[in-house]
Design a protein around this ligand. Structure first.
Ligand code: CA
Length: 232
């Protein structure tokens, strides 16, 4: 057993009964949950406290959950925070938008608390896996080996520039998550003030041309950036 501090989970829900119920169950599982009742406070607290996970209700007074998620994703500090959206029945299209703008999962009301806890656990596990930064990645027929600076698709080596390689690695490390152009620029190009976020678009285009499977797998997220689809 490793000694880990309990995971902080921010539950953003204005309906007190539902919120308290969720808190109680998360507490029972050993997490450290707390409830925030509105979107603006949630944004400020998320940036200040960086919880390990956010459970975000769609219907909130003032700023709704979609807008909160969008702003979390646009802020470099909070863009990788795992988000589970809570939606009510009949909000199917909102759910889709939520996933598009970068929620990592959703759960529809009315839900069983068991189901929610299971989602929380599996998402936290997934995030931990991403954090271990392996040196090699496999994505379908594509493999990338950082130590050898090697990219292979179906056994055929692909000739990538250093930046294309770095970009692909960033996608593979964060598969399923929306990465903003700013984030990619900072990560791959460093903080040197070269090029603009357009540079990212050009390099993504080159990647898609050189590796056709990425033409579909790397999804453009309007006004935000890109994400590499998860493969099941
Ligand atoms: Ca609500």
């Amino acid at each position: 057993m490793t000694m880990e501090s309990p995971k902080k989970i921010m539950v953003v829900e204005d309906e007190k009964d539902i919120g308290e119920l969720v808190l109680r169950y998360l507490q029972k599982e050993g997490y450290m949950p707390y409830r925030i009742g509105d979107g603006r406070t949630a944004l400020a607290r998320a940036e200040a406290e960086l919880p390990d996970l956010i459970i975000l209700d769609l219907m909130l007074p003032g700023m709704d959950g979609l807008e909160v998620a969008r702003r979390l994703r646009q802020n470099d500090r909070t863009m990788l925070l795992p988000i589970i959206m809570m939606t009510a029945k009949g909000e199917e299209s909102d759910k889709l938008i939520g996933l598009e703008i970068g929620a990592d999962g959703y759960i529809a009301k009315p839900f069983s608390v068991k189901e929610l806890v299971a989602r929380v656990k599996s998402l936290l596990r997934r995030v931990e896996r991403n954090d271990t930064t392996p040196v090699a990645y496999q994505y379908g027929p594509l493999s990338l080996d950082r130590s050898r600076f090697e990219t292979v698709v179906d056994g055929v080596p692909i000739d990538l520039t250093t930046k294309e390689f770095g970009l692909l690695e960033a996608f593979l490390r964060n598969r399923g998550r929306v990465l903003t152009r700013d984030y990619l620029l900072n990560t791959v190009w460093g903080n040197m003030d070269i090029g603009s976020t357009r540079t990212i678009d050009v390099h993504v285009r080159h990647l898609r041309e050189k590796i056709p499977l990425l033409a579909e797998a790397v999804v453009t997220i309007k006004n935000l950036g890109y994400k590499l689809r998860e493969i099941s």
